[in-house]
Each structure stands twice: as C-alpha cells, then as structure tokens.
Design a protein around this ligand. Structure first.
Ligand code: F6R
Length: 263
C-alpha cells in the first residue's frame, strides 16, 4: 500500500482527484468504481473543477457504484443514486447510460446482483476503485465478518453503521437495514484501488487496516492482499499510524520509488 498523508480534507480531496484524473487521461474509457458518503464529496468537487477548467473528459468513462440502500428508489433524497447525480454525474460529461448504480427498489435484487457482477466482467473489470472506510472498517457495505470472497449481494447493516449513517436521515428508524453491495471479492478484482479517509473518527480504524493483522472482522484489511492500493489520508485520520515517518519518506522520495518499480 502506498500511504499519502495530507495536511487536511482539502488537500486529501485534491490529491485523490489528481490520481483519478491521471488514470482517466491515461485511459479514456476507464471503468471507474465510485463510492458515496461524506469522504469523497471534496474529491468529486475537485474532479468537477478539473473537468470544467482543464477539460477532463468523462465522455467514454463508465462508472460502477459500490452500493445502495435496499428499498430506496433512485430519486429518494437519501439514496446513493441521488447522491451520485447531485455530487458528480450532473456536473460532468459522462454518458448517463454508462453510469451503473445498484437500484435499491428493484423487484428482484438477487437477480440484479448477478447482473451487476456480469456487467462489470463483460466491460473488462474495474480499472480504478474509489473507497471510503466505515468506522467499523467496512469497505462498501461489507460489514465485519464479510467473506473476502464475497460478491455483489444483499447485506444486513450493523448497528454502528446505522448509527453513523443516521445523520443523513430525519430519524434513525428511517435508515434502511439492508443494502446491495459489491463484495470484498468484487473489490479485490479492481486493477487499482484508491481509499480515502479523513477526520479523527477514522484514526483508529485506519491504523488497524493499514498496520494491523488481516481479518474479516475489519474488511478493509483485505486491501493488504491487493497489489496496487493508494491510501490518501488527512493528518487526523493518520494520527494513530506508527510508521508515519516511513510513509512520508516514501512520499517525498517518490521519484526514486517510481524509477525502481517503473510506475
Ligand atoms: C459508500 C460506502 C461506504 C462509505 C463508508 C464511509 O458508498 O461504500 O463504505 O465509504 O461508510 O462513509 P463516510 O465517507 O460518510 O464516512
């Protein structure tokens, strides 16, 4: 894993948006895996800026979102469909037909999950997957105990996630108890992964998933098994890491690293 520690949320957003923009410039028809939540809002804002001011072209990009609440229609204001349109899709020149987001109110969600996996495979697999991390260590909605081999499926949310996400709803009872989510196995098949996190509330879990043992009890630790993961944190989220000096040295001497491994 390559760990980049930034000064604050704004810098985390800019650095992560640059990584994504770079991949789109290298491959115009990139298959981009997208996340929702508070964390990537700044990254998406910056991508919109790069699109508008520097002409970053999304016209051939295809996107696949990680997850959606089961039961919420795409137009529901708390749905992840709504979030994506509001924060990214409507501001850029991506073809709406190329935007894949699980539909929470689909008639047969299990059949939908199989179809979703099939589409990802058919289109050549995800090139770059963006991830946030839950305070319980989940990636997408792969709650503690999710198999590292899991695929897109319906998952019951744990109490902690329901509490964390209740801030977006009028009352906690309104938070759906189930979600459609890509599996850990689906995520691990992405060619590259970019995880972003900010704030003191993510410090414990970031230390655990980066420097702790691999365990399905913290599904983000599965990323230790992937060969190309970029982690971009702000100072607060990185505050409990033990090997900060090493990560900073690598960041500051990246030109030497790049020469060594040819990236
Ligand atoms: C959302 C998702 C979740 C979030 C995580 C962090 O699509 O997959 O795993 O990334 O719950 O959420 P925030 O960013 O709101 O702290």
């Amino acid at each position: 894993m390559e760990i980049t520690i930034t000064e604050n949320y704004e810098e985390m957003s800019k650095v992560s948006a640059q990584i994504i923009a770079e991949e789109i410039r290298k491959k115009h028809n990139l298959l981009l895996g997208l996340a929702t939540g508070d964390t990537p809002i700044g990254t998406y804002k910056e991508l919109v800026r790069i699109h508008k001011e520097e002409g970053l072209d999304f016209s051939k990009v295809k996107s696949f979102n990680l997850d959606e609440y089961l039961g919420l229609a795409p137009l529901h204001k708390n749905s992840y469909n709504y979030f994506m349109w509001d924060n990214l899709v409507k501001h850029i020149n991506i073809n709406p037909e190329n935007v894949y987001i699980p539909q929470g109110n689909i008639n047969d969600p299990e059949q939908f999950c199989r179809w979703y996996e099939e589409q990802i495979r058919k289109l050549g697999g995800i090139d770059l997957q963006i991830l946030g991390i839950g305070s319980d260590g989940h990636i997408a909605f792969n709650e503690p105990g999710s198999s590292f081999a899991s695929r897109t499926r319906i998952k019951a949310l744990v109490e902690q996630t329901i509490e964390d996400n209740s801030r977006f709803f009028d009352k906690i009872e309104d938070v759906p108890r189930f979600a459609i989510t890509m599996g850990v196995g689906t995520i691990l098949e992405a060619k590259k992964i970019l995880l972003i996190a900010n704030g003191k509330k993510k410090a414990d879990v970031c230390a655990k998933f980066i420097e702790g043992p691999v365990t399905s009890q913290i599904t983000a630790t599965a990323l230790q098994l992937h060969s190309y993961v970029n982690v971009v944190l702000d100072k607060d989220a990185a505050s409990k890491l033990k090997r900060t000096d090493y990560y900073n040295w690598v960041r500051d001497n990246k030109h030497l690293v790049q020469k060594e491994i040819g990236r």
